[in-house]
Design a protein around this ligand. Structure first.
Ligand code: ZN
Length: 90
C-alpha cells in the first residue's frame, strides 16, 4: 500500500455526491446571478433604452445582460449606475 492508495482514500472520502452538489450549487448561483442581472436590466431600462452617446434607441442584449447600442456599439451594464443629472458645484 503506497501513496497511491492514500490518494485513492481521499478521493473516496470526498464522495461523488459532494462533488455533484458543489457543482449544482455553483450552477444555481450562476443562474441566480443571471436572473438578478436580467431583472436589474429590466428596471434600468424600464422606460426604454436610449443611448447616452448617440441617443439611439436600438440595442442588442449581450450574454451578460448588458445592452449594446446598435448604432455606436457602446455597451451599458445593468449594474453600472450612470448619473444623468450632475449637480454643478460652484
Ligand atoms: Zn449609441
Amino acid at each position: 500500500m503506497g501513496s497511491s492508495f492514500f490518494v485513492y482514500s481521499i478521493v473516496q472520502y470526498i464522495s461523488m455526491e459532494t462533488i455533484v452538489s458543489l457543482i449544482k450549487a455553483a450552477e444555481t448561483w450562476n443562474s441566480v446571478e443571471n436572473q438578478c442581472l436580467e431583472i436589474l436590466g429590466e428596471f434600468k431600462w424600464i422606460n426604454g433604452f436610449i443611448c447616452e452617446n448617440c441617443k439611439g434607441q436600438k440595442f442588442k442584449v449581450n450574454k451578460d445582460f448588458s445592452r449594446k447600442c446598435t448604432d455606436c456599439k457602446k455597451s451599458y451594464s445593468p449594474i453600472q449606475t450612470t448619473l444623468l443629472i450632475q449637480p454643478e458645484l460652484d
